[in-house]
Ligand binder design. Structure first.
Ligand SMILES: CC(C)(O)CC(=O)SCCNC(=O)CCNC(=O)[C@H](O)C(C)(C)COP(=O)(O)OP(=O)(O)OC[C@H]1O[C@@H](n2cnc3c(N)ncnc32)[C@H](O)[C@@H]1OP(=O)(O)O
Length: 258
């Protein structure tokens, strides 16, 4: 499959998607999002790929939705095409782990896309923000909801109401990113982290992801019960026998992903 606005690289067992629209700081237009949706679906269906990394350039992960594409749209246009959600949420549907490797600007839809991934690794030069208010709109791809869950009401409110950006240090302190890495080592580090996840038992990884995500959607008691039942189910896998035998025998496990 050929892509124009993203680069897709199969680095088994990791799939790498690089946003590649440098002339517009990777602004996310319909074509780019369609391509990303296709690439994510292809990796999801690929048995040899067990973790995914989405990244941009050193200057920008993505500077948001394409403002020039949006500017002339009217209410009925955005309503009829269900603008933003229609082809933007594939990352949230993917069952394999996705790491956002963010350098430079992650603004508006760029920040929202990063937050749809399972975790964010930030380069030292990363800058996060929801500047939509400065354009006379508000975040439309989950920013008001996900940012608030990551950083809490006060900081999310300030960022959404003023459009202020957060640097990597502040983003790490606030829990938006899992850690900061030197900018020139970002992709390498994200691939290495994804590679480590991909070595683990795939069913456990996919189910662990489901359980953590459940914490956002349910009560503590229901979430704990969901976790326990799922934990029980993993005792039906070959990988549970292999993982625990390998520990007892002091050797490295060889997971079969089943
Ligand atoms: C998804 C929703 C619903 O939540 C909505 C959104 O995401 S709305 C978009 C939110 N994002 C923004 O408002 C950021 C817009 N960009 C900027 O503020 C600046 O470009 C910058 C601070 C990120 C970088 O500034 P600078 O280094 O000075 O570069 P520029 O000359 O401004 O940009 C270079 C080039 O890229 C084009 N560009 C940048 N961002 C976008 C964008 N979001 N959409 C379309 N095009 C964008 C910019 O216009 C420049 O192109 P040329 O004019 O030189 O052709």
């Amino acid at each position: 499959m050929s892509y124009e606005m993203i680069l897709v690289d199969r680095k088994e067992p990791v799939g790498l998607i690089t946003l590649n629209r440098p002339e517009a700081l990777n602004a996310l237009n319909g074509k780019l999002m369609d391509e990303m949706t296709k690439a994510l679906r292809a990796f999801e269906a690929d048995d040899e790929i067990r973790a995914i990394v989405i990244t941009g350039s050193e200057k920008a992960f993505a500077a948001g939705a394409d403002i020039k594409e949006m500017q002339s749209k009217g209410y009925m246009d955005v309503f009829k095409e269900d603008f933003i959600t229609a082809n933007w949420e594939e990352a949230t549907r993917c069952r394999k782990p996705i790491i956002a490797a963010v350098a430079g600007y992650a603004l508006g839809g760029g920040c929202e896309l990063a937050m749809m991934c399972d975790f964010i690794l930030a380069a030292e030069n990363a800058k996060f923000g929801q500047p939509e208010i400065k354009l006379g709109v508000i975040p439309g791809a989950g920013g008001t909801q996900r940012l608030t869950r990551f950083v809490g009401k006060s900081k999310a409110m300030e960022m959404v109401l003023t459009g202020r950006m957060m640097d990597a240090e502040e983003a790490e302190r606030s829990g938006l990113v899992s850690r900061i890495v030197p900018t020139d080592q970002l992709v390498e580090e994200a691939l290495a982290t994804a590679g480590k996840i991909a070595e683990l038992s795939m069913p456990s990884v996919m189910i662990a992801k489901e359980c953590v995500n459940k914490a956002y959607e349910t009560t503590l008691a229901e979430g704990v019960m969901f976790e326990r039942r799922i934990f029980h189910s993993l005792f039906a896998t070959e990988d549970q026998k292999e993982g625990m035998s390998a520990f007892a025998e002091k050797r490295t496990p060889e997971f079969k992903h089943k």
